[in-house]
Structure formats: structure tokens, C-alpha cells
Design a protein around this ligand. Structure first.
Ligand SMILES: NC(=O)c1ccc[n+]([C@@H]2O[C@H](COP(=O)([O-])OP(=O)(O)OC[C@H]3O[C@@H](n4cnc5c(N)ncnc54)[C@H](O)[C@@H]3O)[C@@H](O)[C@H]2O)c1
Length: 340
């Protein structure tokens, strides 16, 4: 095993600080690259300082020169690229900023890796939004939750791409660049098309990070609005399981080069919105008042990732079940009331 130095962009964010701790505690040299634009990043860094050693590079991924310098100076063995504009709603109000951060920012990193460190494993946090509406999949209400009628294993990587929303376009463009830089330049790069990731240190807001948002809103007794009937189903993956998949990928550069992987809880770990509300009500021992509103454009009745490719290639499966994972998230939310 020769990989020693991992550079994590967006390393002060939710997934990033969990990844930085994971690798730091396993004696990797860790560089966290972040512009600290997201609320909660200072708190994440303060926590991370007690957990693991790392170096902070306060850099904006839109800054081509700074990105180029940090890659040429650090020459990391692996880059986990998480820095992003993450909210679909923000991408609609400010599509240029969204493009600059997500598409151009990813291009800046890839091009720096191509020139200074083409042997580095490059993992990109892509999104299930690259599949858009998934018009080929149909669903029906079964009891209290929607289910696919023709995708028994969930959505595979072979599903047609259909970028929807500026966020879908900017992440989708980046996803395609990542795969193409693997093809054209031989970089061991892969796109992880993530569905809903949840866990401690997720400063969820209504527009992004719904599992954490429901827990935070419940604790703070804020209103929760459900768009649709609440029976919509999502696969959910605990961040610790995701980070294990990143490590497995970094250890298998030849297997993952040029590959896209759908990653989420898969068919085994799913929750409907109302099922999450139930879990929270059981924990907090009170009824949560809900407001129901119209479905939003593009909302799906179901999204579940088919995670069998990751299992086949890397022997990876989710291990943390949704109920205990949500329990860990609630513990963190309760212990950090003042941070919200
Ligand atoms: N959390 C999920 O459920 C989920 C699902 C699919 C994809 N993703 C992707 O995973 C990645 C990480 O998501 P997260 O939930 O940890 O989000 P997050 O907002 O907690 O983390 C993103 C980090 O990127 C930093 N950042 C933003 N703009 C930057 C810029 N211009 N330059 C440098 N740093 C910048 C922020 O300060 C933040 O620390 C993102 O790329 C996101 O699109 C997340």
C-alpha cells in the first residue's frame, strides 16, 4: 500500500470532515481544501482538530492558479473532490456561480491533476441528479410508501443521463469530464453518483440534507414542510459507509478508472419522509406538527440506487442500517443544539 497523502476538497463540509477524520485516524497525511463558505464549516474544523491531524488550504476551487499550485506542491496520492455549490434552489437563482464552482472548479482540479499528478486517484462526488426524471422508471403506492414497479434493484449506472436544473447540469458536466479525463489521460478517476447521504456534522437546511434538516427542525421546534404526501421513498446512506467506499476505491485504482458508481443505501436502506418523522417522534416522544404542500417540479415518488456494481467491483455494501444511523445523527444534533 503506497497511498499516503489525500487531499480532500470541501473537507470542512459534512462529508469532507468525516472523510478527513477517517483517513487522518488511519495515518494518512490529510490536506483539507475549502473556502469555508458553508455555514458550519468553522465548527466542523474545530471538531476535526480534536480528532485527527490535517493541514488546511483555504482555497476557492474557482481560483485556477491556487488550485494548480496546491496540486503541484502537495502532489497528493488521492484527491477526493467534494467542494461544491450543493443546493438545487441556489443553482436556479444563481446559475453562473453554480457553474463556476461545480463545473469549472472540477475542471480546474482535474486539469491540475493531469499536469502535475496524473497517477493520483481522483474521486468525484457526483449526484443521482444526473439521471433527471428517469422517465423509464415507474412507481406505485404500496401501503404507505412508493415503490418502483420496474426497477427491482434500484437505478443502475446504465440509466440514461438527463441533466435537470442548473445543479444537475453543472455536476453532470463535471461527472462527464471526470470520466473522460480517465479515458483520455489515464487518470484513475471515478464518479460516485451519490444519493442521500446523512450523518453527524451535517448542517442540513430545508433545501439540502433533508434527513439532518428534519432532525434539527424537530429539536428546535421549527416547522417541517412536506412537499407531496410524505410517502415518497429515498435510499439513505450513513456517511461512514460512504467513506469506506472512498477508501476501497483509492486502494483499487485500476478497477475504478473511468467508472461511474451509483452509491446510496440501495434497496436495503430506504426511508419514506413519513417513516423518518416516525423515527423522530419515537425518539423525541412527541408528535411533530407537519405542513403539507404541493409536490415540487421534478420531485420523484421514489429514488433508490442500484449499488450492485460497487459490490461487484469493490466488495462494498452499506453496513449501517437506517434506524441506528438516524439514531447517531440525532445524538449529534442533540449534543450540538447551540451550533444551529
Ligand atoms: N450530502 C449529500 O446527500 C450529497 C448527495 C449527492 C452529492 N453530494 C455531493 O457531495 C459533496 C459534499 O457534500 P456535503 O453534503 O458534504 O456538502 P457541504 O456543503 O457540507 O460541503 C461542501 C464544502 O465545499 C465547500 N465549498 C463550497 N464552495 C467552495 C469553493 N468554491 N471552493 C472551495 N470550497 C468550497 C464548502 O465550504 C463546504 O465545506 C458535494 O459535491 C455534493 O454535491 C452530496
Amino acid at each position: 500500500m503506497t497511498t499516503k497523502h489525500v487531499l480532500i476538497t470541501g473537507g470542512a463540509g459534512f462529508i469532507g470532515c468525516n472523510a478527513a477524520r477517517y483517513f487522518g485516524q488511519r495515518n494518512w497525511q490529510v490536506t483539507v481544501l475549502d473556502n469555508l463558505s458553508r455555514a458550519g464549516t468553522e465548527s466542523n474544523l474545530a471538531w476535526l482538530r480534536d480528532e485527527a491531524e490535517f493541514e488546511l488550504a483555504r482555497i476557492d476551487v474557482r481560483d485556477t492558479g491556487a488550485v494548480d499550485r496546491v496540486i503541484s506542491e502537495k502532489k497528493p496520492d488521492a484527491v477526493i473532490h467534494l467542494a461544491a455549490q450543493v443546493a438545487v434552489t441556489t443553482s436556479v437563482t444563481d446559475p453562473r456561480m453554480d457553474f463556476d464552482v461545480n463545473a469549472l472548479g472540477t475542471f480546474n482540479l482535474l486539469d491540475a491533476v493531469r499536469r502535475h499528478r496524473p497517477e493520483a486517484v481522483f474521486l468525484f462526488a457526483s449526484t443521482n441528479k444526473v439521471y433527471g426524471k428517469i422517465t423509464g422508471a415507474s412507481s406505485e403506492l404500496r401501503g404507505n410508501r412508493y415503490a418502483y414497479t420496474n426497477r427491482p434493484h434500484g437505478i443502475p449506472e446504465s440509466e440514461p443521463l438527463d441533466f435537470l436544473s442548473p445543479y444537475g447540469c453543472s455536476k453532470g458536466a463535471a461527472d462527464q469530464y471526470v470520466l473522460d479525463f480517465a479515458r483520455i489521460y489515464g487518470i484513475p478517476a471515478a464518479a460516485f453518483r451519490q444519493s442521500c447521504i446523512y450523518g453527524p456534522r451535517q448542517f442540513g437546511i430545508e433545501d439540502q440534507g433533508w434527513v439532518a434538516w428534519f432532525a434539527i427542525a424537530t429539536l428546535l421546534q421549527k416547522n417541517i414542510t412536506i412537499y407531496g404526501d410524505g410517502k415518497q421513498v429515498r435510499d439513505v446512506l450513513h456517511v461512514d459507509d460512504l467513506v469506506r467506499a472512498y477508501e476501497a476505491a483509492i486502494r483499487s485504482p485500476d478497477e475504478i478508472r473511468g467508472q461511474a458508481f451509483n452509491i446510496g443505501g440501495g434497496t436495503a436502506q430506504t426511508l419514506s419522509l413519513l417513516e423518518l418523522v416516525d423515527l423522530l417522534e419515537q425518539h423525541f416522544k412527541r408528535k411533530i406538527p407537519l405542513k403539507f404542500d404541493q409536490w415540487r417540479p421534478g420531485d420523484q415518488e421514489v429514488y433508490v440506487s442500484d449499488v450492485r456494481k460497487l459490490d461487484k467491483i469493490l466488495g462494498w455494501k452499506p453496513q449501517i442500517d437506517a434506524k441506528s444511523g438516524v439514531g447517531k445523527l440525532i445524538e449529534w444534533v442533540e449534543a450540538n443544539r447551540d451550533a444551529f
